[in-house]
Design a protein around this ligand. Structure first.
Ligand code: WTA
Length: 632
């Protein structure tokens, strides 16, 4: 059993131990897993190259830790509860024994279709247990999964598939989210027009939707399943062999394939799950994220399964068939720990509290929040109405790149402060720096959030582009990992994340790179150039404001706006559509050609009183025109 911190004193002592002797600390935690071979060295690292190796020399298979290891005690315990989009449809309960069997068989399906250790496999599936089976089956044979969120466009799929050279893609006919139908197979077919490395496409028949199968390439999941053997011996994987790639947006360029390796990620996902949520044996855990994002990887699949927990996969949305869906789901499955995003909380808050009249919610013990800063009002609403004032809220700060939670209260142990992620987990050495990289010491200060020492769950590289890994995270402040977030440390030493300090926009917890979005908008035939910025939004946290320069006079602006939005849906996905679009004659540029985003941000925020110094602009008059025509 993994160690679990029980008191605040113990937290402080463990934290200190993790800083004083990280190798000993993580060796102790590592001892609680199943290894095929023990490691030679716990940690080898430098942040210059950068090169990070945890548990080097060890051999293992993460699925033996997620599944096989639990069988003697919990073969009949439910591992995954699937709650369908339509509440009238039956939920599915999959035991550890059944999941173990499915993963073995699907691992054989992969092998039968030519997937080998080290090969990349793209997974483009709805929130169904088969998504977890596919991920674990990859891990079982040592293949690398690259899950692409089922809201991404065909173009985004092919970009990702090509970047990592995936050999296979696994998808489904389609699914419903709320009342909306998503025909995944059709989207994949379009993506596969330009993906030379894909040899096979496996299709799970989820909703009996009509699909066109291409002979020689497309195969039905159920047919391959029949042909595969039942047993599969877990492959031997090196500690630092890749486990998965997950694409995420940064401030510049195309999305990066964040690369996570096996042993360190496993240890960190398991340790953080158990300690942050204070998971107790037998509890039901529900995380409402999508497996297409890191939260789904670490806290729907790996973290819970590594701890032998029961994890829920919810296919639907919080507002279907009505805005009580989450609370019904909690009562129906007696959820003990519920983990969701501030956007979801805020969107439900808007409907009022009547919905709680016939909800019990007494099974709840811990609430969690992730993905964006949670404002105090939403925090209190969540605490009072959902947690009935008795459930601690763990506001967990972390990133795709960190693999697991980095700053968070330990449920019921760390004294809470609304809207504060509070304190770092053991092994997480934070510091705040100023623009020049000087450390800002003491309390009651604010700066850019950096990390000075490796932790086991950290990303190891950007797939196929290690220089970009260095450039993005280790070169702004040499010798430190830079998170891209701003952060305040208050008088009590508590951390509060203030948001991105780079050009990444966080819309409803989705990371959108401004550069990537501008590229997409500028690809539209009538747009010459564009600049996008964020403005605060009551529900989504941030929304997108796009300034576009067109090559000719636009007669019908509404048609163009719709066209641009549709175009973004096609290139990236619907979640990246700009909320406001303004046609502008030019952009505020400095003499060196840089767009002054600060000004554009202020205008988007409606704060046009004092735009600060505009004297360095080539043409300050452009600002007046933009201001006069701004959309509020
Ligand atoms: C933001 C999601 C404030 C932050 C796990 C980070 C948060 C980015 C919080 C990573 C939080 C995440 N409070 N901000 N509790 N959690 N963020 O990679 O800006 O999708 O850098 O990982 O989300 O987003 P990502």
């Amino acid at each position: 059993m993994l160690p679990q911190i029980k008191t605040l004193d113990e937290y402080r002592q463990q934290y200190q131990a993790s800083v004083d002797d990280p190798q000993q600390f993580w060796a102790n935690i590592g001892a609680h897993f199943n290894w095929q071979r023990k490691w030679d060295k716990v940690l080898d690292w430098n942040f210059q190259d950068p090169s990070i190796k945890w548990y080097d020399g060890a051999q293992l298979n993460i699925t033996e830790n997620c599944l096989d290891r639990h069988l003697p005690a919990r073969a009949d315990q439910v591992a995954i509860i699937w709650e369908p989009n339509d509440p009238k449809e039956a939920a599915r309960h999959i035991t550890y024994g059944e999941l173990h069997a499915s993963v073995q068989r699907f691992a054989n399906v992969l092998l039968n279709n030519g997937v080998k250790k080290g090969d990349r496999v793209c997974i483009y599936l709805p929130m169904i247990p088969e998504a977890a089976v596919a991920m674990l089956a990859c891990a079982r044979i040592g293949a690398v999964h690259s899950v692409v969120f089922a809201g991404f466009s065909a173009q985004s799929i092919s970009d990702r598939v090509n970047d990592s050279g995936c050999r296979m893609i696994i998808t489904a006919d389609g699914f419903y989210r709320g009342e909306k139908k998503f025909e995944l197979k059709g989207i994949v077919a379009a993506a596969l027009q330009s993906t030379p490395t894909i040899e096979k496409c496996i299709v799970f028949n989820h909703r009996n939707l009509p699909v066109k199968m291409e002979a020689g390439r497309d195969l039905w999941w159920h047919e391959e399943w029949q042909k595969a053997d039942a047993e599969n011996k877990a492959a031997t994987v090196e500690a630092e062999d890749p486990l998965f790639i997950l694409y995420t947006s940064g401030s510049t360029g195309k999305p990066k394939g964040v690369l996570h390796t096996t042993a360190g990620y496993m240890v960190f996902a398991a340790y953080t799950f158990k300690n942050v949520f204070q998971y107790q044996e037998g509890e039901v855990f529900c995380c409402t994220a999508d497996i297409g994002w890191v939260t789904g990887h670490s806290y729907i699949v790996y973290g819970p399964l590594l701890n032998g927990a029961t994890t829920i996969m919810f296919e639907g949305v919080p507002t279907y068939p009505d805005h009580g869906r989450f609370w019904e789901l909690i009562d129906k499955h007696k959820v003990n720990i519920f983990y969701t995003a501030p956007t979801a909380i805020r969107s439900l808050q808007a409907f009022g509290e009547d919905i709680f009249a016939d909800k019990d919610l007494s099974s709840l013990r811990v609430l969690g929040s992730v993905g964006e800063p949670i404002n105090e009002e939403a925090w209190h609403w969540y605490h009072d109405n959902v947690g009935k004032g008795k459930c601690p809220i763990v506001d967990t700060w972390w990133q795709t790149e960190t693999g697991g939670v980095m700053i968070s209260p330990l449920a019921g142990i760390t004294p809470l402060k609304p809207a504060f992620a509070t304190l770092p987990l053991p092994g997480v050495e934070l510091l705040l720096v100023d623009e020049k990289g000087n450390e800002i010491k003491g309390n009651g200060v604010e700066g850019n959030l950096c990390i000075r020492h490796p932790w086991p769950g950290m990303a190891r590289s950007v797939y196929g582009d290690h220089p970009r890994f260095k450039q993005t995270y280790f070169s702004t402040y040499p010798g430190l990992y830079f998170t891209g977030d701003g952060c305040r440390r208050d008088e009590d030493g508590y951390y509060r994340i203030t948001g991105r300090v780079d050009d990444v926009i966080n819309v409803s917890g989705h990371r959108i790179g401004t550069g990537e979005l501008e590229d997409a908008i500028s690809m539209h035939g009538e747009v010459i150039e564009s600049a996008v910025v964020a403005y605060p939004h009551d529900v989504k946290g941030q929304a997108i404001y796009a300034y576009v320069i067109c090559d000719k006079h636009i007669e019908n602006k509404d048609v163009l706006y719709k066209d641009i939005r549709d175009h973004v849906t096609q290139v990236i996905g619907a979640f990246a559509r700009p909320d406001k679009i303004q046609i502008v004659p030019g952009l505020p540029r400095t003499r060196s050609g840089k767009i002054m985003r600060r000004i554009l941000r202020k205008i988007a925020e409606g704060d046009t009183g004092n735009l600060g110094d505009t004297s360095t602009l080539i043409d300050p008059s452009v600002v007046d025109t933009i201001k006069a025509e701004a959309i509020h």
